[in-house]
Design a protein around this ligand. Structure first.
Ligand code: ACO
Length: 378
């Protein structure tokens, strides 16, 4: 007989621990990093400043920020051997290549086994820089182009676009990328951060935890949604097709990608910044159609707001990447690039007060079966 236990499928509404990193109010649509409102950070801060804030719990002074920026600049390049690994696996999905590259980077990081707070911070910053270099290098290698070495003076977001396309981005393009990284930097114990925490909870190392995070982020229910949104926009083709498309999908129990969230039961506060930027960028580039299609989908989904299904951060991100000439299969890796500091700080916090994470599964299968020798099985 099965004993009665209370199952928390998907660990919904389960508090795992306390945190001082992110505050999320899913009813009010509020997100704070270390106490600072995401709207202020998106409008006034930079990704480098947010990395410092997340890892150190305070905004940097000018000198502290310069220190982080020069450490990143000095550590952005990746070893030749890792470029060779990327070349070997170049036909795989860019997310698989990134996961492999981070794993390979661990072989060349002298801090790899050091789980002290200072080493985690160093590795977190280093990996935030190197991961962008790896994604950009793969983008070029798979096209038969030579990787572009990191620029010595450009900031992180500019550097990423520079290493991808081989030319310095405009200020507007760099700002877009930077805001996108800021918005994706951290989000409490989402599935990939939880995966990173589980790995860290065994006292494994940061590279392993980030590899777990990347593997978990890849799925379409998490980071993969931006890619799926853009493929939906292509399928819809024009705004007037959106209502029929949505009806067909929802009547058959399908899910509209870029909608719904485990925590937000109102609009994801990050979506606002990407919506406005997708609109402006579409107009500037002479391609307002993507924004119009997405707007039509958003309008068609209004009735679902009553059920707490609202637009999430991934909905407008894909349109922005597309308009920046970034191919669809790089959308999730870009999310990962923004999230590296978030994974690092979650691991840092896990180590501070560690307990191995090991929930239970209630067994409901058969019991005490007689073992049948192989020759008697049919
Ligand atoms: N479209 C249509 N219906 C939806 C959607 C959606 N996008 N999201 C949730 N629902 C419905 C479900 O069908 C379910 O309905 P039911 O109660 O009638 O069965 C109800 O809302 C609750 O959904 P759950 O899956 O139980 O909610 P959960 O919190 O487990 O899932 C998730 C959250 C995975 C994000 C979900 O909303 C989803 O699949 N969204 C689409 C994928 C997506 O955009 N992911 C990105 C999330 S943001 C991020 O990771 C950065």
């Amino acid at each position: 007989m099965t004993t009665q236990v209370e199952l928390k499928r998907g660990l919904k509404d389960v508090y795992l621990d306390r945190t001082t990193v992110s505050f999320i109010d899913g009813e009010m649509g509020k997100l704070l990093y270390r106490g600072y409102d995401i709207h202020d950070l998106a409008e006034k801060s930079t990704f480098e400043e947010v990395i410092y804030l997340l890892l150190n719990g305070k905004l940097p002074t000018r000198t502290e920020l310069r220190g982080l920026e020069s450490f990143m600049a000095a550590n952005r390049a990746i070893p030749q051997q890792v470029l060779q690994v990327i070349d070997i696996v170049k036909t795989a999905h860019p997310m698989d290549v990134l996961r492999t590259a981070v794993s390979a980077l661990s072989a060349f990081d002298s801090d790899v086994a050091d789980n002290s707070p200072e080493a985690i911070k160093r590795k977190g910053i280093r990996l935030a820089g190197q991961a962008a270099t790896a994604v950009a290098a793969h983008y070029r290698i798979r096209q038969g182009l030579r990787p572009v070495l990191p620029h010595e003076t450009l900031g992180h977001a500019s550097n990423f676009l520079y290493m991808m396309f081989g030319k310095e981005p405009t200020q507007d393009e760099a700002k877009l990328m930077d805001v996108d990284f800021v918005l994706h930097a951290e989000h409490s114990t989402n599935a990939s951060a939880f995966a990173a925490r589980v790995t860290a909870s065994t006292l494994s190392d940061l590279h392993s935890a980030i590899v777990s995070g990347i593997g978990t982020l890849k799925g379409p229910l998490h980071g993969g949604a931006a890619e799926a949104v853009m493929s939906m926009a292509h399928d819809i083709g024009k705004p007037e097709n959106a209502p029929t498309y949505l009806r067909n999908m929802l009547d058959h129990g399908g899910r509209v990608m870029g909608f719904g969230h485990r925590v937000y039961k109102t609009e994801d506060p990050r979506a606002r910044h990407l919506r406005e930027r997708a609109r402006t960028l579409g107009q500037q580039r002479g391609h307002p159609e993507w924004f119009q299609i997405l707007q039509a989908v958003e309008s068609g989904m209004v009735p679902y707001q009553r059920r707490g299904i609202w637009v999430n951060v991934d909905f407008y991100a894909g349109a922005i990447y597309h308009l920046l000439n970034i191919p669809d299969d790089l959308f999730v890796p870009i999310f990962a690039l923004g999230r590296v500091p978030g994974w690092a700080v979650q691991v840092l916090e896990q180590y501070e007060n560690n307990q191995i994470i090991r929930p239970l599964l209630q067994y409901v299968g058969p019991m005490n079966l007689p073992y049948v020798p192989i020759e008697q099985r049919h």
